[in-house]
Write a protein that binds this ligand. Structure first.
Ligand SMILES: Nc1ncnc2c1ncn2[C@@H]1O[C@H](COP(=O)(O)OP(=O)(O)OP(=O)(O)O)[C@@H](O)[C@H]1O
Length: 222
């Protein structure tokens, strides 16, 4: 099945306490397996668009289809199940549990509750190896560097083999060099066929993507 992201007249506005339009209605087709950067000035609506694509937030108008799934028609539980199954998230801060080992943090990304404990551990260690972190697999997350933490977050997002990976400013908290390494790793580690959407201020991040979508004052161009 082709899992394209298809937004049809999707927009976002809030009514309370006052009526504010954040995203003008837009229509977009993001091809399965492609990589897309969402760029634009601060406050333009990039994260809002990304959170709709990641099914974290329903649009206030329009339709969102993911492959054959009508995402906008899903109820709360089905939406959570959809996210758990299909979407891997990476945010600006890695959001690791500091007292847990790196591999254990990665294991938190596994949503299949049927897996045996040793299988969960094996998969988590393999995901860490794929981001070059085997040597710190047993280290407590609090002892990891910023770049290492973000690589653990990438492993945690990818360990369940999501079809869509959404990264919102994944290098925002890193220095330039580390940020570049993390971005290159993210592109390299995403399996062939995985759709990657990266929200970024970083021109180099945009350059790595196959397509660039610009958001300016809530208007999506791209
Ligand atoms: N639920 C909400 N209620 C009210 N305002 C909101 C809501 N969500 C977003 N906004 C506002 O909408 C605008 C766009 O926010 P968004 O986070 O999407 O921008 P952004 O382009 O990602 O910005 P940045 O690059 O600074 O993270 C901002 O002014 C934000 O304060």
């Amino acid at each position: 099945m082709v899992l394209n992201v298809v937004l049809d007249g999707v927009g976002f506005a809030v009514q309370e306490p006052t009526s504010v339009r954040i995203l003008e209605p837009c229509s977009l087709d993001i091809e399965a397996g492609s990589s897309t950067a969402i760029v634009g000035p601060s406050g333009a609506g990039k994260s809002t668009l990304a959170s709709i694509i990641g099914a974290l937030q329903p649009p206030s108008e329009g339709r969102y289809r993911y492959g054959s799934v009508e995402v906008t028609a899903l109820g709360r539980r089905d939406l959570a199940a959809f996210r758990g199954r299909e979407v891997g998230f990476i945010f600006q801060n890695a959001h690791l549990i500091d007292e847990r080992a790196a591999w254990h943090n990665v294991a938190l990304g596994i949503v299949d509750s049927q897996l045996a404990a040793d299988e969960v551990e094996d998969r988590s260690r393999a995901a860490l190896a794929s981001v070059g972190l085997s040597r710190v697999a047993d280290r407590e997350a609090s002892y990891l560097s910023g770049g290492e933490r973000q690589r653990v977050a990438i492993a945690r997002a990818l360990v369940k083999s999501p079809s869509l990976v959404l990264a919102d400013e994944p290098t925002g908290a890193l220095d330039q060099r580390t940020g570049r390494d993390v971005l290159e790793l993210l592109h390299a580690t995403c399996a062939v066929g995985t759709t990657l959407v990266v929200v970024t201020h970083d021109e180099r991040a945009a350059a790595l993507a196959g397509r660039v979508i610009q958001v300016v004052d809530g208007v999506v161009h791209g």
